[in-house]
Design a binder for this molecule. Structure first.
Ligand code: AQP
Length: 354
């Protein structure tokens, strides 16, 4: 994308213990992207309250997710780490996007259907409008890249649709104010104020599955604790969960093709590959032909080796809440300065500011 400052934005909800899915699908990749671009990493507490939260737990979880970011290797000085509610422009741009996005677009969002369950009438309006706020989170920094797990793909596509509609609707005004960059959209050239953000999804752990059911996403809200590895689990718990993970009776295949229709095997091989920073092929080159009774102890050792130092560092950081709050305050101020500039321009474009 030309013209736009290359910037990464991504967020994690403070809604409970972070899982290995959050770590491999998102946080580990946040760390890697620091070498490539300016990064803004956000604890999205406004998203958390779309479902009921105990206020004291929410404050503790916000600090815990921040600690997980820092313990995993995110540098809050070179980049920005903060919690969403500190920067009111997220909600302000979210409202503008509520007026840009169409009901039909939101009605297609599968995450709302999953989270609202059978009684959608009783879900909060916030849960329904969540994807518009998520779009605002990224666009208030005019971010160009977002590392996320595969489950967020639909929301990122919606963000691109909102940005594109805003750019099209206000193209003339954006040009007149000199606030945009020229962008080709099909056969047309529009003056784009918002970039069309690129999702950065992929690798062997783009979708880490439950340890109890290889067809279900590993999730912090799954009622079974055995379904996930939490970043706060100790070594014995991690080893026990891996040992008890559902698998199948066959030996591991020699190639990735052999993982087809074997969701549990595919998941465990994917987790190993992501933890070891290798491909699934490389894992199978080493373990192809082995039984799970041999593979699982190797996976458990690797998981403990990679996760334990992060858990220990998280414990050390969370023991000093004043330090964590200081990081969030500093990050909030720096994020706020960028967001304020964007919002001023948005108000001029839309006609809220002369
Ligand atoms: N199982 C997963 N595999 C890969 N990536 C995942 N992510 C979540 N689960 C997996 C990625 O983690 C980032 C932060 O997610 P979130 O906490 O903001 O929301 P979520 O996707 O709703 O996560 P959970 O664990 O499933 O939470 P609950 O149970 O509260 O709904 C995102 O980039 C996400 O893709």
């Amino acid at each position: 994308m030309t013209g736009f400052h290359q910037r990464v934005f991504s967020g994690v909800q403070p809604t409970g213990n972070l899982t290995l899915g959050n770590y491999l699908g998102a946080i580990k990749r946040f760390v890697a992207m620091q070498a490539e671009m300016d990064c803004i990493y956000c604890v999205v507490d406004l998203h958390a309250i779309t479902l009921p939260q105990d206020p004291a737990d929410l404050i503790a979880s916000t600090r815990a997710v921040t600690a997980a970011f820092l313990a995993s290797g995110i540098d809050p000085k070179a980049h920005i780490v903060f919690n969403q509610s500190r920067v009111p422009q997220h909600a302000e741009l979210g409202w503008v996007f509520n007026c840009i996005a169409r009901l039909g677009w939101l009605n297609r969002m599968t995450q709302f259907k999953d989270k609202a369950g059978k009684n959608a009438e009783a879900a909060s309006v916030g849960l329904y409008a969540y994807p518009n706020l998520m779009a605002a989170d990224m666009m208030v920094y005019r971010a160009t890249h977002v590392p996320v797990g595969e489950d967020q793909k639909q929301h990122i596509e919606l963000t691109r649709d909102i940005a594109q509609k805003f750019n099209n609707d206000y193209s003339t005004r954006i040009a007149a104010l000199g606030l945009g960059h020229e962008m080709r959209v099909g056969d047309e050239t529009v003056n784009a104020f918002f970039p069309l953000i690129e999702p950065v999804i992929g690798g062997p752990a783009a979708r880490v599955m439950s340890l109890r059911d290889g067809t279900k996403k590993m999730s912090k809200s799954d009622p079974s604790d055995m379904s996930r590895i939490n970043l706060t689990d100790d070594a014995d718990t991690i080893a026990k969960k891996v040992r008890k993970a559902v698998s199948d009776p066959l030996p591991l295949p020699e190639t990735v093709d052999g993982l087809k229709d074997r969701p549990e095997a595919d998941n465990l091989v994917g987790i190993y590959a992501a933890l070891a920073d290798v491909t699934k092929d490389a894992v199978l080159a080493e373990f192809g032909g082995a039984q799970f009774s041999a593979f699982k102890p190797a996976l458990a050792d690797l998981a403990v080796q990679k996760i334990e130092p992060i858990s220990a560092e998280m414990r050390r950081i969370t023991a000093d809440p004043a330090y964590v709050d200081g990081v969030l305050k500093d990050g909030g101020e720096r994020a706020g300065a960028i967001a304020e500039e964007t919002m001023k321009a948005v108000k001029q474009i839309v006609g809220l500011l002369g």
